[in-house]
Design a protein. Structure first.
Length: 319
């Protein structure tokens, strides 16, 4: 067998090259997001007016701005922030006087737990109900499912959360209305956060399954005597999962970034409530660290979704 020529550079597999290329694309993504976050948070106002007492003198305000580099021009501030970002330093919280990244990471597990539970609910119920609705198309069950889908997509998250608290914590005290640390405290916020995405996934699964079930390979599988369940799950659902995977990947990022309302309603100590407090207090470093971290997670999730394509559909190959 012909081997690699002596001294030649090693050739990396196409899949590894693709992953490295996509990881390289994270750099401009994070830089762009950091610039947008940097500009927008500074448009919110001067943090000295909130973090110092009304009796603070102008000299004390100038000292505060000087200590945090806020007396410099915006381009210089951004370059300093960028240099710190490249070193993994996202600044020190104005409010808590701790490294901003440490403050965000201390809240991240709670948000990850809530988001992971919600996405599990989405996958289990969204896929299952969508498949059932497609199998019983045109029946009363299908109409009931689609009515529930319409309701789930139109109900506001904060209203649903309040109604769940009223019903299942006040009238029927099955679950606690707030708090963090026990499985029971996770139920209501996870259901609230997942409701909209369950409706979206159900609708998409139903339409994808209806399209796939009319294809020739499904009729061939049935003609060969393959059971209906095996035909639906092994051939139908797998081929319908390509667009569903795309939406699920986007939903994971949205669940991480969009948990602010749910966490506020249920007093959930996650990143959502942290960034809301940080914006209110104009804690620039914490807001910037949160946005950069979420952008990084979102980009990694999209990379994972692209890699899953090749598993679901052999025709998809990374180049």
């Amino acid at each position: 067998m012909a081997g690699r020529a002596p001294g030649a550079a090693p050739v990396l597999p196409a899949g590894l090259l693709y992953v490295l290329e996509r990881l390289g694309q994270l750099v401009p993504t994070v830089l762009t997001v950091s610039l947008i976050a940097f500009v927008l948070i500074r448009l919110s106002g001067d943090p000295a007016s909130l973090l110092l007492t009304p009796e603070a003198t102008e000299a004390e305000r100038r000292a505060f701005r000087d200590a945090h580099g806020l007396d410099r021009s915006l381009p210089v501030q951004y370059l300093v922030f960028l240099g710190s970002l490249l070193r993994g330093d996202l600044g020190t919280s104005f409010w808590q006087h701790e490294p901003a990244l440490r403050v965000v990471l201390s809240r991240f597990p709670a948000t990850l737990l809530l988001s992971a539970t919600a996405i599990a609910i989405v996958i289990v119920f969204g896929l299952a109900v969508g498949v059932v609705a497609a199998m019983f198309r045109g029946t009363a069950l299908d109409w009931l499912v689609m009515a529930g889908v319409g309701l789930g997509q139109s109900v506001a998250t904060f209203w649903l959360g309040l109604m769940l608290i009223l019903i299942f914590a006040v009238f029927i005290p099955l679950f606690p209305p707030s708090g963090y640390g026990t499985p029971a405290q996770l139920v209501l916020p996870a259901v609230t956060l997942a409701a909209y995405y369950v409706a979206v996934t159900t609708r998409l699964t139903r339409s994808g399954m209806l399209e796939v079930l009319g294809q020739d390979f499904i009729r061939t599988a049935r003609a060969k005597g393959l059971g209906e369940s095996a035909t639906i799950l092994r051939h139908g659902l797998r081929n319908a999962l390509i667009p569903i995977t795309t939406v699920l990947g986007l939903q994971i990022g949205e669940l991480l970034a969009g948990a602010v309302v749910t966490e506020t309603v249920f007093a959930w100590p996650g990143v959502g409530t942290l960034v809301l407090d940080a914006i209110t207090r104009r804690d620039y470093p914490v807001v910037q660290a949160t946005i950069v971290l979420i952008a990084l997670v979102f980009a990694l999730v999209n990379l994972a979704v692209d890699l899953v394509y090749g598993v679901l559909d052999p025709r998809v190959r990374v180049r």
